[in-house]
Write a protein that binds this ligand. Structure first.
Ligand code: GAP
Length: 429
């Protein structure tokens, strides 16, 4: 997508019920978005696909759904109350705020004015538990989902009867009071993460790290992101998060530049040791081979649901000002991987007349019984109905026509129209 098409893409996302600004009837809330009827289906499918490939298709990973508000000691132990901060500077004239580490010129603001001294701005969202709003009742909305995994590590290890190496996966909301949110859903204050904490023997950590970098990169390619728009970025030591021994990001070339989709970090034993210290509970496990206790190291592939979906939509979105033929009306096509499309198929009676309607209803019932999410549409011209489906990425349209119901060689068949090639084939119901 050319960068000047991004606005058009954002307008499409709203018009077609994918993503739109939140709280609009109250004038909106900056950098907050809602997923509409089409967007929520795509997002759910993306998460389900991650869960299937990361949990269901493996013997060595189990799932978890931990609370969003945890005991505040969790965030002290993890280092977030102290270290989860960005350097904030303010333009002394306009009072606009910036992350110092994102400025190219550290001496003045992008508007050319002097900047304040940097101060450390903690990103954790604070709240209060119960009726009293005092320091005793302070709690935090989780800044990353993985801490819920670390504090449950021993419990999951025991009850799932897993042996090291094994992983715990979780998908859920995370919250960060970002200084500079922006670029649509790329950086927001409320977002979803898909995180795997993979617990390994310290000596095997480097090998598992390489495994997860390669495997996660392939996951994005398999879903449809092109190799040329993906790259790996290895963090220099000076830029590592407080918990990390090494991090490689998977980056995507968004219309505004390269941005992180997922980070794969070697967290060492940092988190388990910290929680052991703060909770007083032993976090080590017994090694059957050496007959010794040890604290596992953690390799963490941590991705953003919203960012992954944004990249996939941007990659899939095509605008043809003169249609795909080059000689018609403007056309928008979403070439999204069929696994992630909001609908598996549409069923369209050629015209709104019996016995076509009855046959179409039968087909809808069959497809739904097969577990497919089906859109049924009987109004408007067939061409217009196809285009509506192309625009939200429905991979296939089944059209019930007179041949489907009349005696003859095609009785009991429908046409199946492919979104990408626009080819139609007759197939038996
Ligand atoms: N547990 C490690 C961790 O949270 P991170 O790199 O800070 O690492 C992981 O976040 C992923 O979460 C990022 O790669 C990104 O996809 C997503 N993410 C982080 N901050 C985000 C934000 N403000 N808005 C949307 N997604 C975000």
């Amino acid at each position: 997508m050319a960068s000047d098409q991004f606005e058009q893409f954002v307008a499409w996302a709203k018009r077609r019920g994918v993503i739109w600004p939140s709280s609009e009837i109250y004038g909106g809330l900056a950098n907050s978005y809602d997923y509409g009827p089409i967007g929520v289906e795509m997002k759910n499918r993306l998460k389900a696909h991650w869960w299937r490939t990361m949990v269901h298709e493996r013997d060595d990973i189990v799932g978890l759904d931990s609370a969003i508000i945890l005991n505040p000691k969790v965030w002290e132990a993890s280092g977030h109350t102290e270290n989860f901060a960005d350097p904030l500077v303010e333009d002394v004239v306009t009072h606009k705020r910036y992350r110092q580490d994102q400025l190219t010129d550290l001496t003045k603001s992008p508007d050319g004015n002097p900047l304040s001294e940097p101060r450390s701005f903690n990103l954790l969202f604070k709240t209060f538990i119960g009726a009293a709003e005092d320091s005793q009742s302070v709690a935090y909305l989780r800044g990353e989902t993985c801490q819920g995994i670390f504090i449950n590590f021993k419990q999951v290890h025991e009850i799932s009867r897993q042996k090291i190496p094994f992983g715990i996966a979780q998908i859920g909301k995370a919250f960060r009071n970002e200084i500079t949110p922006g670029n649509f859903t790329f950086r927001t204050r409320e977002f979803e993460q898909m995180e795997l904490e993979f617990f390994v023997q310290p000596a095997d950590a480097a090998e598992w790290f390489e495994h997860w970098v390669a495997s996660r990169l392939a996951w994005y390619v398999d879903l449809g992101l092109s190799q040329e728009r993906l790259r790996l970025f290895k963090h220099p030591k000076s830029q590592l998060a407080h918990y990390s021994k090494g991090t490689t990001d998977i980056e995507y070339q968004f219309p505004w530049g390269w941005g992180e989709l997922e980070g794969i970090a070697n967290r060492g034993d940092y988190d388990l040791i910290q929680h052991q210290k703060f909770s007083g509970k032993d976090m080590s496990v017994f090694d059957e081979e050496t007959k010794e206790k040890f604290t596992p190291w953690v390799i963490e592939p941590s991705g953003g649901v919203d960012r992954a979906l944004l990249a996939l939509l941007i990659e899939a979105w095509q605008f043809h000002p003169k249609g795909r033929s080059g000689e018609g009306e403007e056309e928008t096509v979403l070439g999204l991987n069929a696994k992630l499309a909001a609908y598996d198929a549409a069923v369209l009676p050629l015209i709104k007349k019996e016995p076509l309607l009855k046959k179409a209803a039968e087909l809808v019932k069959k497809l739904r019984a097969d577990g497919q999410h089906v859109f049924y549409d009987e109004s408007g011209s067939i061409g217009r109905r196809y285009r509506r489906m192309d625009e939200i990425g429905t991979p296939i349209c089944y059209t019930v026509d007179f041949e489907s119901v009349e005696d003859g060689p095609n009785k009991g068949t429908v046409t199946a129209r492919d979104r990408d090639t626009m080819e139609q084939k007759r197939v038996t119901i």
